[in-house]
Design a protein around this ligand. Structure first.
Ligand SMILES: CC(C)(COP(=O)(O)OP(=O)(O)OC[C@H]1O[C@@H](n2cnc3c(N)ncnc32)[C@H](O)[C@@H]1OP(=O)(O)O)[C@@H](O)C(=O)NCCC(=O)NCCS
Length: 144
């Protein structure tokens, strides 16, 4: 059985460390993990956490209206390609719609660009690089 639900910040740490911080010298805890506006989502397959994503109320000056930032998006290696990432983003979009948020944005790793494009994100600005490799800023309209 596949379920999507809100989870605690601490529940994301195992997959963040395993997938997003492997050989990367950056903290697995994010500033804002425990902010009142932040929520964390998990996709479970038979009670096993497969996909995580964190949503923080962070405005981006290039966009109009109210914004959330997606951080820490990852699916376990064995869970990939099963639609769990897409499911998590769909659930998040519904939550953000209820909060009357206009745009969701993220710093997308170049290796995950196609995933975000398939989920209606668009590139803004130039490619940039940080400790986790090449990235693009991407955004998706929530209110349409
Ligand atoms: C990117 C990631 C989160 C996608 O999760 P997922 O659960 O495998 O994604 P889904 O199964 O929901 O895929 C949705 C669609 O995107 C496509 N897709 C997913 N990852 C892709 C990738 N890396 N490259 C190209 N297409 C990809 C899938 O084929 C699928 O397409 P479809 O709708 O036509 O079938 C996962 O590959 C991952 O954890 N990667 C490593 C960590 C990472 O880079 N995270 C992003 C940080 S910004």
């Amino acid at each position: 059985m596949i379920t999507v639900k809100k989870i605690k910040a601490e529940d994301t740490y195992f997959l963040r460390k395993q997938i997003l911080r492997k050989n990367i010298d950056l903290p697995h805890q994010f500033e804002g993990d425990f902010s009142e506006d932040t929520f964390h989502l998990g996709v479970f397959e038979n009670d096993e956490l497969q996909t995580i994503g964190t949503f923080m109320k962070v405005d981006l000056k290039e966009l109009k209206g109210k914004h959330y930032q997606l951080r820490g998006m990852a699916t376990s290696e064995k869970g990939r390609g099963k639609g769990f990432g897409k499911l998590l983003l769909k659930f998040a979009t519904n939550q953000l719609e209820e909060l009357k948020i206009d745009f969701l944005w993220c710093n997308a790793r170049e290796i995950a660009l196609k995933f975000y494009e398939k989920n209606d994100f668009k590139i803004m600005g130039e490619r940039f690089t940080n400790k986790a490799g090449p990235h693009f800023k991407m955004y998706k309209s929530i209110t349409k």
